[in-house]
Design a protein around this ligand. Sequence first.
Ligand SMILES: NC(=O)c1ccc[n+]([C@@H]2O[C@H](COP(=O)([O-])OP(=O)(O)OC[C@H]3O[C@@H](n4cnc5c(N)ncnc54)[C@H](OP(=O)(O)O)[C@@H]3O)[C@@H](O)[C@H]2O)c1
Length: 321
Amino acid sequence: MVYRKLGRTGYSVSDIGYGAWGIGGKQWLGGEDTESLRALHRAIELGLNFIDTALAYGDGHSERLVGQVVRQTGHKIYVATKVPPKNRLWPARVGVGIEEVFPFHYIVECAEQSLRNLGTETIDLLQLHVWNPEWIHRDEWRRAFRDLKRAGKVRAVGVSINDHDPDSALELVRSGLIDTVQVIYNIFDQTPETNLFPLCHRENVGVLARVPLDEGSLTGHIQPDTTFPAGDFREWYFRGDRKNQVAERVAALLRDLGEGVSLPETALRFCISNSAVSSVIPGMRGVRHVESNLALSDQGPLPAEVLAVLKRHAWNRNFYS
Ligand SMILES: NC(=O)c1ccc[n+]([C@@H]2O[C@H](COP(=O)([O-])OP(=O)(O)OC[C@H]3O[C@@H](n4cnc5c(N)ncnc54)[C@H](OP(=O)(O)O)[C@@H]3O)[C@@H](O)[C@H]2O)c1
């Protein structure tokens, strides 16, 4: 397992981390807690030491599972969690004030609830679950982060950037007030490479690459006839003719990559090929995916000629809207 610096936090994190949205259960259906716990334990056994969860993932269920595992293991595991928007609107909306989304007391109360769910004394990384650049000069988030750090409840702070909008956090990164950003980065959305990554590099801000498999399309398993359990988030994400679009894009990508290439492997190695990325955080509810994904860390970055092929497959669209 390869470890990288998480920006200025001083944490040394596995370049493949664990995305714990799916194990929350409410938005991703069909999982089992027993298998999620096995997957988390196996990941730690294989050297993974970074987990990304959120208070909103199954209303604390993901945090409780993660907390159970990190308290049981003898290893130091860095846990990142997130404060959900008070108005429950993802992503942050232009023109909606911070008083509706992240009032000071609300941020503090959410952090305290996360601590109770995790069963730990401190949160290694607390992130705002959405970000609106209009809030940059507001006091609420700055004061809440500062006070939580001073009280020893939070060690580092960051923001999860709105979907497909990496540049909305540039001013925030320049402010010097956050330690990390979490951003969509995958073969289809390569836009963070243009401005965000070079800036994070210069400012020593850690980068968490989220949704590396585009919620499943970059596994190659989404076909026009794929179905999801009723009420599953992916039923909505891949609605309308999107499964057809995905299948066409993926077929073109595989044709270009040539024979014998594993798409999930290529998609994850794409993320760790960029040195600005501290950790890529795939969702992996089962042991099987944990084992195949973590084995990729030692394989390291993709060769330049493969990256050149992948560059041509960037796809500018927003399935979250
Ligand atoms: N706004 C935000 O802050 C935000 C939004 C979205 C996500 N996130 C974070 O980013 C993490 C990752 O995103 P995500 O979980 O939504 O999606 P993702 O990582 O792009 O894709 C997860 C899907 O890929 C499957 N998978 C994983 N490894 C595989 C492999 N080797 N072969 C085939 N399939 C494989 C998983 O299956 P199984 O689960 O069945 O193993 C799951 O269905 C989240 O868990 C969360 O921590 C943050």
